[in-house]
Design a protein around this ligand. Structure first.
Ligand SMILES: [Zn+2]
Length: 284
């Protein structure tokens, strides 16, 4: 079974039925993958290494600057293996050992399938006491055009839209590491059909949450994946790409979940005030 989840990760079922069948299974997998997908395209890969004592170590590799969570479901016969379901693969991990399969009889089998989820869904807990900076240079005047659960495009999400002319410098609201940049899109429209045309930057925070800065200008990113950014650093230029009716910045903080991230409420610092922003609020 081979299919992609919404977040682009591969959900794969591997069967390893006795040692002699290993090559056949590999061949089948290669044929399936040959339809246009190769494992090298995936952010996270899982593979096996036979150890000198006959056991099999399950290892993983992660190409991205963010951790990934693997949810693994096992089916085993005549092997001893830990029953762990979740494994967190650190950012940029190579040859990362997940677990060891130890045969307990000559005839044994094991199979597993996994789902990979961007981020650490096991250890992430948002620091609710953190106060975010307004994501613009001090003194920039803006207005909140849509707040949490806004009926236009924020149904069920806790995001803030800040009105901003195209080309406005966007600043990091919190320090972190850039984990994703999309900036090749050139257009936008007032329809959910344009949702996938948004340019954006995502920044990973030290508590495992990620901030999304979206609707950026074509080639409007000033940072690259892997780059550390400080609070207040200019990271991009705002724009009007994606699902949008007017030039603005969409800001949202997400913690990892099965659907690509769950947005959470954030407090902002404006002058000496701590604010939970809502539609109509003036920013300066
Ligand atoms: Zn928005």
């Amino acid at each position: 079974m081979l299919r992609f989840t919404l977040n682009g990760c591969l959900k794969i079922t591997s069967f390893f039925l006795y040692r002699f069948a290993y090559m056949i299974v590999q061949l089948i997998l290669m044929l399936m993958l040959g339809w246009g997908v190769t494992t090298s395209d995936l952010p996270v890969s899982v593979y096996e290494v036979k150890l000198p004592d006959g056991s099999i170590e399950i290892r993983s590799q992660n190409k991205e600057f963010r951790p990934y969570t693997l949810e693994i479901n096992w089916s085993v016969r005549n092997v001893a293996t830990p029953q762990a379901k979740f494994f967190v693969v650190p950012a940029l991990a190579k040859d990362y050992a997940l677990t060891v399969i130890k045969p307990t009889a000559k005839a044994y089998s094991y199979s597993y399938h996994f789902t990979c989820i961007p981020g650490d869904i096991v250890g992430t807990k948002h620091n609710d006491s953190y106060t975010y900076a307004i994501p613009f240079k001090p003194g920039f005047k803006s207005k909140v055009s849509q707040g949490y659960n806004g009926s236009y495009s924020h149904n069920g999400i806790k995001a803030i839209d800040f009105v901003a002319p195209q080309g406005t410098p966007v600043c990091a609201a919190r320090e972190g590491i850039v984990v994703e940049v999309v900036q090749h899109n050139k257009s936008g429209c007032a329809s959910s059909k344009c949702m996938r045309l948004a340019n954006f930057v995502k920044i990973l925070h030290d508590d495992g949450s990620e901030a999304l800065y979206s609707h950026l200008q074509y080639r409007g990113s000033l940072v690259s994946p892997g780059e550390k950014v400080t609070r207040g650093q200019v990271i991009a230029k705002s724009g009007n790409t994606g699902w949008t009716t007017n030039p603005h910045l969409h800001f949202e903080v997400l913690i990892p979940d099965y659907k690509g991230g769950k947005s959470i409420p954030t407090k902002f610092q404006m002058g000496n005030q701590l604010l939970a922003l809502q539609k109509g609020d003036e920013i300066d």
